[in-house]
Design a protein around this ligand. Structure first.
Ligand code: SF4
Length: 125
């Protein structure tokens, strides 16, 4: 155990929409009884990708005592889950994350993925 950055879930704010589950490439999040949960803390790398897609602000990052992130545990977990990662696309030009970096953006409660090429157009109109 060591102090490190890890996701924190506010159960009062979580409405169980599930939007955060797929963007987590490590498969660290799941829904349980209608609330998002971190399955095992060693699966969460604290990158915070899930924060941007949460429409209710239930997700945040905090620094606290937690097991170290483990890539080996992630590989084992994903293999056990037979989880299929769902690649994302830019909502403006449909470019895949294989082609360009995608950034999560929010507008009027909607969460979308936008590629770096379209982002300036989104910002400046
Ligand atoms: S995206 Fe937010 S509201 Fe939806 S399940 Fe995840 S934590 Fe809960």
């Amino acid at each position: 155990m060591a102090k490190r950055t890890i996701v924190k879930i506010d159960e009062e704010l979580c409405d169980g929409c599930g939007a955060c589950i797929s963007p987590c490439a490590e498969g660290a999040l799941m829904l349980e009884n209608g609330k998002a949960k971190v399955i095992k803390e060693e699966l969460c790398d604290g990158a915070g990708v899930c924060l941007a897609v949460c429409p209710t602000g239930a997700l945040s990052l905090e620094v606290r005592e937690a097991p170290e992130f483990s890539e080996i545990a992630v590989e084992k977990h994903l293999a056990e889950q037979k989880r299929t990662y769902i690649p994302q696309n830019c909502f403006m030009c449909n470019a895949s994350e294989e082609e360009r970096y995608l950034i999560a953006v929010k507008h009027k409660g909607q969460s979308r993925w936008c590629c770096t090429r379209c982002l300036p157009r989104l910002i400046h109109g």
